[in-house]
Design a protein around this ligand. Structure first.
Ligand code: ADP
Ligand code: MG
Length: 674
């Protein structure tokens, strides 16, 4: 019998295409709301369905009104009798509602939610969650005609100022009706052997768990899927990689010995460890694929130059590729004087500078390095700085037609679990501890009302002959960046920084102007550099000991950490002052972000915190393939899950269906490192 092209759809069979519909297809979502949702990365129904709650409300007992005590949080249910709004002060509205059940009445109170009064018409059924205080019930969350926000284990979603967690909860509930349309990518046998629930069930439990355990099991099932997709992709890549051959560089020799002597300091144990690992890699013919991670200022460049010199002393050449001109120039400025002492010619090659590449044994540059016509013969060691900022194409072009040993460097620390997840068999070296001579930066967080005190401190440093940074949000004249750096620099020159020499560094400057400005700051001709985030990387001025970040709540955690790394580069104690809007105006997450920076200067710890707070993989601004797909993985806790996914992936390289589709989707456009 001929099989028809398309079998008729069985009633109740999943229709995954429904999940790809835009959020606007949900009732109650118009163009304005869908735009706001898009800013949270929620574009489709599926995005909503997979929006992970970052926590759940606790379970609280429900009490009869007559039984209410001034204890902890409780829930009550009843009917509104009457409602009123008082405005005792400007900026303060108090909604009061008399709520009754069959045992009694209580006054429930809301602050600054005047709009609620209209909804609390007499006769409305409500369920309230809150606390009895001075005989009034202070409401934390409420449900009108239903059970959602006040439910035990109600999900709390990463929200924004424009879309509240409450709003999101409503939308996710609508999306949940389509959960059965979500395809289940796992073979049934694997689900059974791993004891994993159905994917659709996991989604429902994720958003409406009956216990915290149920929520956690659901998250794990979803995390397993994500890890599995990455591991299958990696397994495929491994299988497909042909055996390339790089020059084996033997043992370290005189040049690198001379380099060690030239350095004005002892290498730290972490640096020695990194060098030992690199030496081991370079002695082999299999091209090195090593990721060198370390916080800004931890001393990676020193290690990178060692690797480059290893190439030179073996008669080959080395290249260092950086993602921006500023960074390439900075590297050149660091490397060139050392190499001059050693008699090694170095060239700089960027879009705007071309020195003598032919003669050079080490070439430092931007992606101009890999453009046509640049002769990189005899390349044995390639160092790629901030490798995640290059596209796959660029990284590939560097090794095309040759197979050098490659050292990837990154100052955006990636938790080890994540590194393993993403890079598979790439070896990872961490420089976890900075040179001991350096004191950890002291960070404080103040709100805007106290910014003048922050500037007083900054001026003290300037008066003591130190230099400072003031960082402002983006320079674009968008509504959200009120303090465009230009306006702010002008204002500061007239006010807080009157009498000091202030320079303005922003992304719109031409490279030559930027270089000039940086040189002036470095040589001490400027006291203060007012800057946008362009100072994020590649600025090294040890005399700069204090930084003020304006509107710090507008920056990401990783970005703030990177910015902060611009100070604390000398032996002096350095300070970072984060100025934010008042506490009341900040989201929970913004507060946690700022507090995390106050509490820690450890980049790895902050990276994990960042992941935790974001609950998704836009890690540290990387656009690394695969990362944005990881919404459910908990980096610290999921290591065993990762191992399970790795083991399962080995058998699923050729497994077809939704799993393969997912692998295609994630790996199709980009490719994992190297
Ligand atoms: P990274 O590239 O990780 O940001 P660098 O290699 O640029 O760090 O080092 C930052 C600063 O610390 C440089 O001024 C460098 O000379 C100095 N430095 C590096 N290693 C050591 C060390 N072992 N002891 C003291 N200072 C060091
Ligand atoms: Mg550096």
């Amino acid at each position: 019998m001929e099989r028809p092209d398309r079998w008729p759809r069985l009633p109740g069979a999943p229709r995954p295409e429904r999940l790809q519909q835009p959020s606007e297809s949900l009732p109650g979502v118009g163009p304005a709301l869908s735009k706001k949702l898009a800013k949270l990365g929620l574009c489709t129904v599926r995005d909503l369905l997979e929006h992970r709650p970052f926590r759940y409300e606790a379970a609280v007992p429900e009490r009869k009104i007559a039984d209410l005590l001034a204890e902890g949080e409780t829930a009550i249910a009843g009917e509104v009798r009457r409602v009123s709004v008082r405005r005792p002060r400007r900026n303060l509205a108090i909604v009061q509602a008399r709520v009754a059940d069959d045992t009694g009445e209580v006054t429930a109170v809301w602050f600054n939610q005047a709009w609620l009064a209209e909804k609390l018409q007499p006769g409305t059924r409500v369920r309230l969650r809150g606390q009895l205080k001075r005989n009034e019930f202070a409401v934390r969350s409420c449900d009108l005609n239903g059970l959602s926000a006040t439910a035990d284990f109600a999900p709390v979603y990463p929200a924004s100022e424009e879309v509240t967690p409450k709003r999101l909860r409503g939308l996710v509930e609508r999306a949940l009706e389509l959960a059965p349309d979500e395809p289940d990518p796992l073979p049934a046998s694997l689900k059974a052997s791993e004891g994993l629930p159905l994917r659709a069930d996991a989604l429902v439990a994720l958003h409406r768990p009956r216990s915290l355990n149920e929520g956690e099991d659901a998250r794990k099932r979803l995390a397993f899927d994500e890890l599995l997709v990455l591991q299958v992709g990696l397994a495929r890549a491994r299988a497909g990689r042909e055996a390339a051959v790089a020059p084996a560089l033997g043992e370290p020799a005189e040049l690198t010995a001379g380099y060690r002597e030239l350095l004005p300091f002892e290498l730290t144990p972490d640096q020695e460890q990194a060098i030992a690992e690199i030496d081991r890699d370079l002695a082999r013919e299999a091209p090195m694929q090593r990721l060198l991670q370390g916080d800004v200022g931890s001393g990676k460049t020193v290690v990178a130059l060692y690797a480059l010199l290893r190439a030179v002393e073996a008669g080959f050449r080395g290249a260092l590729m950086a993602p921006t001109e500023t960074l390439a120039e900075q590297h050149f400025l660091t490397i060139e004087p050392l190499c001059a002492e050693l008699g090694v010619p170095v060239a700089l090659l960027t879009g705007s500078v071309k020195s003598d590449v032919e003669q050079a044994r080490i070439v430092v540059g931007t992606h101009a390095l890999i453009q046509e016509g640049v002769d990189l013969q005899e390349l044995a060691v390639a160092v790629v700085d901030e490798q995640h900022r290059f596209g796959v194409e660029q990284r590939r072009a560097l090794v095309e037609g040759r197979s050098p040993h490659v050292l990837h460097m990154t100052a955006t620390p990636i938790p080890r679990t994540l590194a393993l997840t993403l890079y598979g068999d790439l070896s990872v070296t961490e420089i976890a501890k900075p040179p001991a001579s350096r004191k950890p930066i002291v960070t404080s967080w103040v709100t805007a009302e106290r910014s003048s005190a922050a500037y007083t401190r900054l001026r003290k440093h300037l008066d003591a002959g130190r230099q400072a940074y003031v960082v402002c949000p983006l320079i674009e004249e968008s509504e959200s960046s009120k303090r465009a750096a230009e306006v702010e620099a002008e204002r500061l020159r007239r006010a807080e920084l009157k009498g000091y020499r202030v320079g303005l560094l922003h992304g719109r400057l031409r490279p030559a102007e930027r270089r000039e400005l940086m040189a002036q700051f470095k040589s001490g001709e400027l006291d203060v550099l007012v800057a946008t985030t362009v100072i994020e990387v590649g600025v090294d001025v040890p005399n700069a000991t204090i930084m003020i970040v304006q509107e710090a709540d507008r920056f990401g955690l990783a970005q703030l950490h990177q910015l902060r790394g611009r100070v604390g580069r000398g032996a002096e104690q350095s300070y970072c002052l984060l100025i934010s809007r008042p506490h009341e105006e900040l989201t929970d997450i913004a507060k946690q972000r700022l507090q995390a920076l106050v509490d820690s200067t450890d980049g790895f710890e902050l990276a994990e915190k960042d992941l935790e707070l974001r609950g998704e993989g836009q890690l540290l601004g990387t656009r690394q393939a695969g990362l944005s797909e990881l919404r459910f993985v908990h980096w610290r806790a999921d290591r065993p899950l990762l191992e399970r996914a790795r083991a399962a992936a080995e058998h699923l390289v050729d497994y077809e269906g939704p799993l393969a589709d997912e692998v295609e989707r994630v790996f199709g456009e980009h490719e994992l490192a190297a």
